[in-house]
Design a protein around this ligand. Structure first.
Ligand code: HEM
Length: 222
């Protein structure tokens, strides 16, 4: 167990929703539900599982998107319609599930080593990532649905995937393509920022921020 283990955890709330202050006894509002491990300063298994599943699928799909865009004909159809689109739909469903989970479950409190400015910046970048994780696949879905001649696509050949009920016109599909590309580059920048911050915490500050999300690392607050 590291030294962080004995530091007070800022933002930590009483588990039962009842708080006794030194001046008066009052009933504090019950906190949102928080899984056991999160109370000790770590994300829950569900949050970690969704984080790493979405991270690996999204990074794979970014590479497939940029690679597929450089291809032509049958190769392009195979990479974009056969792999990139179903992975994108998976990212969309998992990201919506994760956003709902996040709204219902309070994240673990930071240790005192993480200052208020860092917490605010992290919150802003996380909010941006949630928006991009959902907005990026929707913009691709919109582009495919707006094409005058739509290419039917399936979920890895298992079942057909629907199109969005949007107007079909080439200029709309081109505009949606621009949005999709812009969001793609925005997610690259946001991930670069996010990963750099995580590595800085791990190797420079040597605090417990990485261990909050990394199930393979020891829980320093346990
Ligand atoms: C190697 C890549 C990655 C590493 C090392 C990493 C690391 C982390 C860590 C340590 C946290 C917890 C930070 C904290 O509590 O302040 C976190 C949270 C988060 N990560 Fe990542 N991450 C990676 C990739 C990604 C990717 C690709 C995405 C999505 C595009 C992503 C989205 C998020 C979000 C939205 C949160 C906030 C969780 C919440 O509080 O709801 N991460 N990540």
């Amino acid at each position: 167990m590291g030294s962080v283990a004995r530091q007070p955890l800022q933002g930590q709330r009483p588990a039962q929703g009842l708080a006794l202050s030194s001046r008066a006894t009052h009933i504090a509002p019950a906190p949102r539900r928080s899984a056991g491990p999160a109370r000790r300063g770590r994300y829950s298994a569900v949050a970690m599982g969704l984080h790493w599943a979405i991270a690996s699928l999204l990074l794979t799909n970014l590479a497939l998107g940029f690679f597929g865009a450089s291809l032509d004909g049958a190769d392009k159809l195979f990479v974009i319609s056969g792999i990139h689109k179903p992975i994108g739909m998976t990212v969309l469903v998992l990201s919506i599930a994760r956003a709902i989970w996040r709204l219902l479950h309070r994240p673990p409190p930071y240790s005192a080593a993480v200052g208020p400015l860092q917490r605010r910046v992290a919150g802003a970048v996380h909010g941006l990532l949630y928006g991009l994780m959902i907005g990026l696949p929707i913009s691709g879905w919109w582009m495919s649905s707006a094409l005058p001649a739509r290419h039917a696509f399936t979920y890895f050949g298992l079942f057909p995937l629907p199109f969005l009920p949007v107007p079909q016109a080439m200029w709309i599909a081109v505009a949606a393509d621009q949005v999709h590309m812009t969001l793609g580059w925005a997610v690259v920048c946001a991930i670069a920022l996010h990963v750099t911050a995580a590595l800085k915490h791990q190797f420079f500050d040597r605090d417990d921020v990485m261990a909050r999300m990394a199930f393979w690392m020891a829980d320093r607050n346990a």
